[in-house]
Write a protein that binds this ligand. Structure first.
Ligand SMILES: Nc1nc2c(ncn2[C@@H]2O[C@H](COP(=O)(O)OP(=O)(O)OP(=O)(O)O)[C@@H](O)[C@H]2O)c(=O)[nH]1
Length: 319
């Protein structure tokens, strides 16, 4: 909560940049941009919490900058306040119409500007908190199903555009009911946390995503990697979980838990849908369970069904 917020100020007048930075430096970290172009680049790169934007500038003017920010998925959610000498209603209306959250006219009163900016920073902070709560599974602190579905929709479109592969993976802890019945729900919860952490630590690419799909089931998205690459990563996860010590639970008769994994790799096109891909991964998971658990089954359109080579004959303990 105490993390400093960032404000990007875009203005081609050095004096204006200096005055606003002086007023605001106690409230947030200040980033400066001396032109519209520079401002657009810094906004996309640094994703500040708030942008203060002058209207009359050399090159791109403030309204053009605002349009560009609104058309970029990475910057369209950042609140923008126009700070300008253009005081007529027509321009103010245009600013709001383009999506600004406030419009401050120059010359301004320092205390009023400060109060309004503090208010917008607070709104931003609260919105971030709500987004976090809406997207994170509270037990495991990884993404929840809702977040996963949002990301999947986006990645599906990217894969269609780039004609690149995408893999969906469903993971289910083996014999988890026995585990819960034997050691209690609290111990089961710790296992869910450990399994989530095991996946998160092994999925290293920035666009990889692991989420809790529900109960003892996890779902994973691996964009832009071929079937073999994805299966290798998941095999490392499977092995890591099988070997994962559960010592802190202090149950000497438990040495490990295992997971079954179903994977599907495809190249999305106009005829395919994310929910069908999830269904394919689910079918593979079902087969993995059916064939004895603690294993990976994977379907890829060109290669048919593949099974991970190494798996122990036993499923999870306890038995
Ligand atoms: N501790 C804990 N258990 C959960 C949670 N969500 C679901 N479960 C339990 O997960 C278990 C799932 O049981 P089943 O669907 O029968 O599956 P299973 O015992 O893992 O058997 P297989 O899937 O065939 O290997 C149930 O006992 C649920 O209560 C949770 O948040 N915490």
């Amino acid at each position: 909560m105490s993390e400093r917020q960032q404000i990007l100020i875009i203005d081609d007048e050095t004096d204006n940049l200096r005055i606003l930075s002086d007023i605001l430096r106690d409230q947030a970290d200040i980033i400066l941009a001396k032109s519209g172009q520079q401002g657009i680049r810094k906004a996309a790169e640094l994703k500040p919490d708030l942008i203060l934007l002058d209207v009359i500038m050399q090159g791109l003017d403030g309204f053009e900058v605002m349009s560009a920010l609104q058309h970029d998925a990475t910057t369209c959610d950042i609140p923008v306040i126009f700070i300008t000498a253009l005081g007529d209603t027509h321009h103010e209306e245009k600013g709001f119409h383009l999506g600004a959250c406030d419009y401050i006219q120059k010359p301004f009163h320092t205390t009023i500007v400060l109060a309004r900016i503090k208010l917008h920073l607070e709104l931003r902070r609260q919105r971030n908190m709500l987004e976090q709560l809406a997207n994170i599974d509270p037990l495991t602190s990884i993404a929840n199903r809702r977040r996963f579905e949002d990301v999947l929709k986006r990645e599906w479109r990217v894969a269609m555009r780039k004609q690149s592969p995408i893999s969906l993976i469903l993971v289910d802890i083996d014999d988890f009911k026995h585990y819960n019945d034997h050691f209690g729900h609290a111990a089961g919860d710790k296992v869910l946390q450990k399994v989530s952490a095991a996946f998160s630590s092994r999925l290293q690419r920035p666009r990889d995503l692991v989420a809790r799909f529900g109960g003892e089931e996890f779902i994973i998205l691996l964009p832009d990697n071929d079937r073999q690459g994805c299966m290798d990563v998941m095999e490392q996860c499977r092995q890591g979980i099988e070997e994962m010590p559960l010592d802190d639970l202090q149950n000497p008769d438990i040495c490990h838990i295992t997971v079954s994994i179903g994977g599907y790799t495809c190249r999305p096109d106009t005829g395919s849908k994310p929910k069908d891909a999830i269904k394919m991964a689910d079918d593979m998971l079902y087969m993995a369970k059916h064939q004895g658990k603690n294993r990976i089954l994977w379907f890829c359109e060109n290669e048919g069904i593949k099974e991970s080579p190494a798996h122990s004959e036993q499923g999870s303990v306890p038995r």
